[in-house]
Design a protein around this ligand. Structure first.
Ligand code: UD1
Ligand code: CA
Length: 470
């Protein structure tokens, strides 16, 4: 395959989004539209990716590196287009970054997020470095799009031109084959065609699509690569279109998961914003959201209404409804056969061993829990190292924060912490000990002892309740 350079047009305003955020930074499945396009382009291993920015350029340029630069084998360049004089003018801005050789220039739009890599590969192959290849599609309602005009002087169906809707005659408007906005052009030819563009048309713009006529005049073959899948070329111009594409994309992901054997209670009520890797026999109930990188081991069951991000959940784990797990950067790991929720919260650095039970309204942050440890009700474990089989009572917390610094709590194996205890960190509880309910411990507890730190109960006889004064 010929060498490829990619130009992504992203300078337009996106007025219909009615948003302060530049259109291409609106997200689909949790990622900017433009990041989807750059990702797809990167799969072609291009030499260069040039993003044309204009409206919101500073914001768009600042948003991109975090998405794509690490590990990529190509460089992303930005070319500013100010003012925006049309798609032909946009591609002109990229020329300084494009080698003037036998390569192919692939033109994409930053607001068309769901084109498949294979489609682009086929388009580049159709160009082959010496032909102009257009991605086209037949639409029942082609209003607004550029039409593919095929019938030349001598009849036949060779492509002759693209006619923009606003410039088209009634007869041309009846053509249902439209230009998708995606093309692959021979680099050296493209350069000469762009130099010859004018803006003598209904919109006084420099139309990229005018290069088709020039190719025909120069004897360069124009091939239309026609596809039938509208989603691949659908652009986002409004919140309604964005939501429609989001649903289409989520449907694709849900189908892919089900094809791998994952049981989804309702594919329409799953949202995956990142990657989800599942072992065999995973089942996911309705209204679950997965973000970042999530791994679910064999036989994991996720209850309804869970939000799970950046977590590795081992085989056999049951996550009950309404659980929120977010590992952020540090991640969360849940050991095999653990039981989490309902209404549990696992935060960054939660490392749960096998068979751990975390119940309702329990929060765990930056803490390691040994095998079989349990915190079943209303508890907080932060910056703690908790041994195996520890039972952490209802309403008990680690007081890990003194207002300035965070401190660790270390709880040995088999410790039993009663209800409503406050463990003021830094503190270590020796293995096998017991903490009496309602204690506030500020000192280390030796192994095996009962620690009690609370007011003693006293019995006051003949005490009189106050009575209302008359
Ligand atoms: C364009 C095509 C049309 C095609 C349609 C598919 C032209 C002249 N027409 O029309 O044949 O059917 O796409 O959606 O190319 N942009 C810039 N700078 C500009 C103008 C546009 O970067 O000066 C960017 C936009 O941000 C957008 C893309 O180019 O990402 C397409 O622009 P848009 O205005 O949507 O083109 P259409 O008029 O829809
Ligand atoms: Ca458009």
């Amino acid at each position: 395959m010929a060498e490829v350079d990619v130009v992504i047009m992203a300078a337009g305003k996106g007025t219909r989004m009615k948003s302060k955020l530049p259109k291409v930074l609106h997200t689909l499945a949790g990622r900017a539209l433009l990041a989807h396009v750059v990702d797809t382009a990167s799969s072609l291993l291009p030499r260069n990716v040039v993003v044309i920015t204009g409206h919101g350029a500073t914001e768009v340029e600042a948003a991109l590196p975090g998405y794509i630069c690490d590990g990529a084998e190509f460089s992303v360049n930005f070319a500013r287009q100010e003012p925006q004089l049309g798609t032909g003018h946009a591609v002109q801005q990229a020329l300084p970054f494009l080698p003037d050789d036998a390569g192919v220039v692939l033109v994409l739009s930053g607001d068309v997020p769901l084109t498949q890599v294979d489609t682009l590969r086929q388009l580049v192959a159709a160009s082959g470095g010496d032909k102009l290849a257009l991605l086209t599609l037949e639409l029942p309602n082609p209003t607004g799009y550029g039409r593919i005009e095929r019938n030349g002087e001598g009849g036949g169906d060779a492509v002759q031109a693209i006619v923009e809707h606003k410039d088209a005659t009634e007869a041309q408007r009846a053509i249902r084959e439209i230009y998708s906005g995606i093309m692959a052009a021979p680099a050296a030819r493209l350069r000469t065609w762009l130099a010859r563009l004018d803006n003598k048309n209904a919109q006084s713009e420099y139309y990229l699509t005018d290069i088709v006529k020039m190719a025909v005049a120069d004897g360069v073959p124009v091939v239309a690569h026609k596809i039938t899948d509208e989603v691949q070329v659908a652009g986002v111009n409004s919140p309604v279109q964005l939501a429609e594409l989001e649903r289409a994309y989520q449907r694709q992901q849900a189908v892919a998961l089900m094809e791998q054997g994952v049981r989804l209670a309702d594919p329409a009520r799953l949202d995956l914003r990142g990657s989800l890797v599942c072992g065999q026999d995973v089942s996911i109930d309705v209204n679950c959201v997965f973000e970042g990188t999530v791994t679910l081991g064999e036989g994991v069951k996720i209850g309804a209404n869970c939000v799970i991000a950046n977590a590795t959940i081992a085989a056999g784990v049951v996550v009950h409804p309404f659980t929120h797990i977010d590992g952020e950067k540090a991640g969360v790991t849940v050991g095999a056969d653990a039981r989490i929720g309902p209404f549990a919260r696992l935060r960054p650095g939660a490392r749960l061993g096998t068979d751990v039970h975390i119940g309702n309204f329990v929060e765990v942050k930056n803490s390691t829990l040994g095998a079989g440890a349990k915190a079943n009700h209303l508890a907080y474990l932060g910056d703690a190292t908790v041994g195996a089989r520890v039972n952490f009572g209802a309403g008990s917390i680690t007081a890990n924060y003194d207002g300035v610094n965070k401190h660790r709590t270390v709880i040995g194996d088999d410790v039993h912490v009663g209800s409503n205890c406050v463990l003021v960190a830094p503190i270590t509880l020796g293995a096998g000990g017991t903490v009496g309910g309602g204690s506030t411990l500020t000192k280390d507890a030796p192994e095996g002892v009962l620690s009690v730190a609370r007011g003693r109960q006293v019995a006051i006889a003949n005490w009189k309740r106050p009575v209302k004064k008359v």
